[in-house]
Structure formats: structure tokens, C-alpha cells
Design a protein around this ligand. Structure first.
Ligand SMILES: Nc1nc2c(ncn2[C@@H]2O[C@H](COP(=O)(O)OP(=O)(O)OP(=O)(O)O)[C@@H](O)[C@H]2O)c(=O)[nH]1
Ligand SMILES: [Zn+2]
Length: 371
């Protein structure tokens, strides 16, 4: 997987990578550029390097947002070229609320294996899930091969890249820990876990004395929210939920708060801010993520299951309003003996967000929003 991790870093830096369809990554290969960082000059470079016409590869959700239904998980829109084609027009087609100019593209076709893998890499890299892709023409293969051998560009096998979200299952590493007294619970210990690819770190906050925890350990699974947790943003309820969770767990005799690196429901802070802009243009929190090409909720809770296993916890009292967290733990073999609601204050700024969570994602919020 090392190549895949390196490719993710390159893509985050705005560099292209080569995705190949054979097991060793060679064979039918595609150059991949992250759309969000492509500059006008790169467009000429893509044509020159790959020697074939590029396409814009998008997720099904983005295609739907553009009114281009195609019954596949991902599709590619071959570029027509000509006037109006620029880095900006590509970005608009990939992420703007209005979907960009359709006259710049040919009819969509289902994405190839390498193109689908390119989108998986974008999502893992927390970029806008849109790639400029170009098959490497036979006439350019030798040059690309040389660039790969000389380390000027990375090549990854599509099959590995496509599975970049699964690479770490069951392989979290417990890295370091220390006591960190909190104002609401003086006896608290932070334990840090790192995913094997080194890309994400998660923290388990052990509250109180583990020997005194009840058999149904009070557990909160909290997805990180820089704006809410640290700055008290009024757009969401995360900051207050975080504080209330520590308080509630302490009052229940201690337990665990899992602070998971899942900013913006797993789409990352950059995309969350993009989604906020789309919300300010009228979309709700779920629609905005879809328009950016994501699903309704991009979080997977496997890391929570793995951390609880490491802590030898198999029965919990879960503090959440989110039924998918309950489901994910149960499916992962953790018994959810009870669920308890956990709320922040409803404010004029977050009411619409909370209502959308209740109506679109099934959050159990009647207690604070009314029926
Ligand atoms: N994409 C996106 N993410 C958001 C938005 N507002 C808040 N978030 C993120 O949503 C997540 C909320 O996490 P949690 O509070 O753990 O989960 P939850 O699904 O609300 O469920 P609860 O357990 O009931 O709180 C955080 O990662 C926030 O950064 C938004 O408008 N768009
Ligand atoms: Zn938040």
C-alpha cells in the first residue's frame, strides 16, 4: 500500500499520479490530476504527457447534481476542448452549485477501473472527488515509464488504490498516552491510535477510573469538528455536544469518549467549508455534500469498533442521536445495551442544520426540535 499512501500525498500537493490497471500498475494506465488544484497550464501538460484527450471523472452523486443520471458509481465526461475550457470551468463542473457548462463535454460514459480508483484516492486525500483523467497513449508510454522509474511521477495499481479505505481494518496502532485532567473530569487519560497508513489519528479519552466503569460502559463517538469543537461555531451543535458528553460520561461513573478524525462527516475541513458556501446558497447540509460529489454521510465507524476492542469494551451505553452509530457498533460485534440522547442548544443559526439531520439522516432530535 505504500505507493498508494505516497500517491495520496502527491495528489494533496496538486501533483498528478499514474493509475495502472494491471496488478503491478503498468499496462493500460491513466494520468490523474486532482481537479481542485489544476491550473490552466496543467491542461496543456495533460495533453502533452498523456497524448490522449482527457476526461473529467466524477462520482454518481455529482453527476446527479448536474442532472446527468448514469447508472454507475462513477462516470467520465470526455472534454470537447475549444473555447471556455479552463481550470476554472473544470472546477465549476466538479463542484459549483450550478454544475458548470455542459457544452464543454461529450456524453458521459461509465468510468474505467483506473478512473474509479482515481476518485477513491481523491476522497481518501480529502479533496473534491473529481479527477482529470487521460489514458496514456502508446506513443507516450516509454516516456511515462521513464518518469516512473526516475521517481518523477508515482504509479499505483488501480486495484490497490480502489481499496485505500479498507487498508487499515483491524490494524490500528496504539501509539502513545498520557493523563490529561479535564475541567469536567480531572481523572482523564488520552490514548492516541494511528491508522496504519499514517493518514489519520484518533483519540480515546478515558474518563474516570476504568475499574469503576459500569459493565455497560458509557461511550460517546464524536466526529471532529474544528469549527464547532474549538471555536464554538453556531452553525452546528458539535462543541456543546462534546462538552456535554464529557460531563454526562463523568456523571455516569466514567467511560470513553472516542474523538475520531472524521471532520465534516468524513469529507474533511476543506470540503466542509465548500459545503457551507453551498448551504449559504440555499442547499441543506445533505444536499451540499451531494453536490460536491459525496454520499449522505461518508463516515465509517470501523475505527471505533477497533478502538473499543483494544480497550476490551464489548458492551456499551451509547450517547448519540445518530442511529447509524448504533448500527455500526452492533454490526461490529459491540453490544449497544442502551442509547442515550445527547444534545447541544438549538440556535437560530443551527436550527436548519439540525432539522436537516433529523429529516434527511434520521437523527433522533424530537426532544430538542419538537415533532
Ligand atoms: N459535511 C458536513 N459536515 C458537517 C456539517 N456540520 C457539521 N458537520 C460535521 O458533522 C459531524 C458531526 O459529528 P457528530 O456530532 O459526532 O455526529 P452526528 O452524526 O451529529 O451524531 P450524534 O452522535 O447524534 O452527535 C462532525 O464531523 C462535523 O464536522 C455540514 O454542514 N456539512
Ligand atoms: Zn460541528
Amino acid at each position: 500500500m505504500q505507493q498508494v499512501e505516497r500517491a495520496i500525498f502527491d495528489l494533496r500537493r496538486g501533483l498528478p499520479v499514474v493509475v495502472g490497471e494491471d496488478a503491478d500498475g503498468a499496462g493500460s494506465s491513466v494520468m490523474v490530476y486532482p481537479v481542485e488544484s489544476i491550473a490552466d497550464t496543467n491542461l496543456a501538460e495533460v495533453l502533452e504527457t498523456a497524448g490522449s484527450s482527457p476526461a473529467l471523472t466524477l462520482t454518481r452523486h455529482r453527476m446527479e447534481a448536474m442532472g446527468l443520471g448514469l447508472n454507475t458509481d462513477a462516470a467520465s465526461l470526455p472534454l470537447k476542448g475549444g473555447d471556455g475550457l479552463s481550470a476554472e470551468s473544470l472546477y465549476c463542473a466538479a463542484a459549483a452549485v450550478k454544475g458548470g457548462r455542459s457544452d464543454l463535454f461529450e456524453e458521459p460514459r461509465p468510468a474505467s477501473l483506473a478512473e474509479r480508483a482515481a476518485l477513491a484516492l481523491m476522497r481518501r486525500a480529502l479533496l473534491v472527488p473529481a479527477a482529470l483523467t487521460a489514458r496514456i497513449d502508446g506513443s507516450r508510454q516509454a516516456a511515462v515509464e521513464r518518469a516512473v522509474e526516475e521517481g518523477r511521477i508515482l504509479r499505483v495499481p488501480a486495484r490497490l488504490a480502489e481499496r485505500c479505505f479498507e487498508s487499515g481494518v483491524g490494524m490500528l496502532r496504539r501509539v502513545s498516552e498520557a493523563d490529561v485532567p479535564l475541567s469536567q473530569s480531572v481523572r482523564s487519560r488520552f490514548v492516541l491510535f494511528r491508522e496504519p497508513d499514517g493518514l489519520r489519528e484518533h483519540v480515546a479519552v478515558l474518563i474516570g477510573d476504568a475499574n469503576e466503569w459500569s459493565r455497560e460502559v458509557p461511550v460517546r463517538i464524536h466526529s471532529s469538528c474544528l469549527t464547532g469543537d474549538l471555536f464554538g461555531s453556531l452553525r452546528c451543535d458539535c462543541g456543546e455536544q462534546l462538552q456535554n458528553a464529557v460531563q454526562a460520561i463523568a456523571e455516569l461513573g466514567g467511560g470513553v469518549l472516542l474523538y475520531l478524525a472524521q471532520e465534516g462527516r468524513g469529507i474533511g475541513l476543506a470540503n466542509k467549508l465548500r459545503a457551507y458556501e453551498l448551504q449559504d446558497a440555499g442547499l441543506d447540509t445533505v444536499e451540499a455534500d451531494r453536490v460536491l460529489g459525496f454520499g449522505d454521510d461518508n463516515r465509517r465507524y470501523r475505527v471505533a469498533v477497533d478502538i473499543l476492542a483494544d480497550l476490551s469494551i464489548d458492551r456499551v451505553r451509547l450517547l448519540t442521536n445518530n442511529p447509524s452509530k448504533v448500527r455500526a457498533l452492533s454490526e461490529g460485534g459491540v453490544e449497544v445495551a442502551a442509547r442515550e440522547g445527547l444534545y447541544g442548544r438549538v440556535t437560530p443559526q443551527n436550527r436548519r442544520y439540525l432539522k436537516a439531520k433529523a429529516s434527511r439522516s434520521g437523527h433522533l432530535l424530537d426532544e430538542v426540535l419538537g415533532k
